[in-house]
Design a protein around this ligand. Structure first.
Ligand SMILES: *[C@@H]1O[C@H](CO)[C@@H](O)[C@H](O)[C@H]1NC(C)=O
Ligand SMILES: *[C@@H]1O[C@H](CO)[C@@H](O)[C@H](O)[C@H]1NC(C)=O
Ligand SMILES: *[C@@H]1O[C@H](CO)[C@@H](O)[C@H](O)[C@H]1NC(C)=O
Ligand SMILES: *[C@@H]1O[C@H](CO)[C@@H](O)[C@H](O)[C@H]1NC(C)=O
Ligand SMILES: *[C@@H]1O[C@H](CO)[C@@H](O)[C@H](O)[C@H]1NC(C)=O
Length: 329
């Protein structure tokens, strides 16, 4: 189990645009015994656990302009935090920095809670639509999971988005005049990849299908794959946690089917079972749509950084917990 988990973890933690640095970065964040015992249930300050863990809080150095993820130690579910500027090349204009805060006691609000993180980015309009997808990736040994074994994907999320290199008040986002003044294009999204083959399902370029859930989208250029123009071309609607999500269906440049549920209004505080939206796709029984024998190999939450005309923008995940529930757990 230990070796399997390690293999699993390393595969999962490698983002798009991977380099050797990814592995080095993971090693650097593994100076403490991350993989000791069952990753879900730590046993406190037992022998070999190193120095006693107090309740101190550390604001870590920002991760800037890198594809290297860090996986802070946790007694509960692990998350890999990654600025992930996959649509940006060193030397191009633009900047992204991801800040995060860790607890020395490795015990967050719930077993499923990620360390608090924020990201400040600054990209301009050019040929590239999306420059980065900074995100928190759920890095647990129960993924990939067969859809028929999944009972729920509980998501508890509170975020803010603000203009500048400052964190907004939790639960607030851009005003209409800010979106216009700075020509803001971005979203807040949960991202799932799946495939009929277990191994491919965690690989974001090889997986056959992507399901996205957009909790917000800002700006007229932030269109889902398959969306003809803003709000045009939805194939279904579904209400969850008092939000109407509209479904768009399309194919991206890698030939992957992309199914995007877009919240009609920004939802800065969401608490619901995202699996309902996956299940809805299964029940549509359409050619090329997911089936219950497919595997989900990747689940992350972040923001797609398109562009602005000036200033930097800061997304802050003040609370994020993903509770993946399997049939036999
Ligand atoms: C761990 O540390 C955090 C931050 O100081 C604190 O809020 C939390 O209550 C602590 N948890 C435990 C179990 O001591
Ligand atoms: C935010 O401000 C800090 C300190 O001024 C700076 O180090 C960092 O690079 C800035 N981040 C971005 C994305 O501009
Ligand atoms: C990120 O961290 C840097 C360095 O500690 C700090 O200057 C900056 O204000 C932080 N950014 C946010 C949005 O908190
Ligand atoms: C995903 O698949 C591509 C294409 O086969 C491969 O180059 C890449 O290394 C894979 N990524 C991971 C994380 O395995
Ligand atoms: C979904 O709801 C939106 C907004 O009310 C509406 O414009 C669209 O036609 C609906 N789509 C479908 C397929 O019913």
């Amino acid at each position: 189990m230990g070796a399997l988990w390690l293999l699993n973890f390393v595969l999962l933690a490698i983002p798009i645009g991977t380099t050797l640095g990814v592995l080095l970065g993971l090693q650097a964040s593994r100076e403490s015994p991350l993989f000791e015992g069952d990753p879900g249930f730590g046993s406190g300050n037992g022998p070999g656990r190193g120095p006693l863990r107090d309740n101190s809080v550390t604001k870590q150095d920002p991760l800037c302009n890198q594809n290297v993820g860090v996986s802070p130690l946790s007694q509960g579910d692990h998350y890999t935090l990654n600025p992930n500027p996959w649509g940006w090349t060193v030397g191009d204009p633009g900047n992204i920095c991801l800040n995060y805060t860790t607890f020395n006691n490795e015990t967050y609000a719930t077993r499923h809670t990620a360390p608090e993180w924020s990201v400040t980015w600054n990209y301009r309009y050019d040929d590239q639509a999306v420059h980065a997808f900074p995100n928190a990736l759920l890095a647990v040994p129960s993924l990939p999971a067969r859809i028929s074994d999944i009972r729920g994907i509980g998501v508890d999320l509170e975020w803010s988005y603000a203009v500048g290199n400052v964190t907004g008040d939790p639960g607030t986002s851009f005003s209409a005049s800010e979106i216009e003044e700075h020509t803001i294009s971005t979203n807040v999204a949960l991202d799932i990849f799946l495939d009929s083959e277990r191994d491919r399902s965690s690989n974001t370029t090889r997986a056959s299908t992507e399901i996205m859930v957009w909790f917000a989208r800002f700006g007229q250029y932030t269109l889902a794959v398959g969306e003809e123009s803003l709000g045009v071309g939805s194939v279904a609607n579904k209400t969850l946690d008092d939000v109407v999500f509209s479904l768009y269906n399309g194919e991206n440049q890698y030939g992957q089917r992309v199914l995007t549920w877009v919240a009609e209004e920004p939802k800065e505080r969401f608490n619901g079972d995202i699996f309902v939206l996956v299940d809805e796709l299964l029940s549509m029984d359409r050619a090329g749509f997911p089936s219950s024998t497919d595997y989900i190999g990747y689940i992350s939450v972040g923001t797609e950084a398109y562009a602005t005309t000036d200033s930097a923008l800061t997304f802050h995940a003040s609370n994020l917990a993903i509770d993946l529930q399997l049939a036999d757990s």
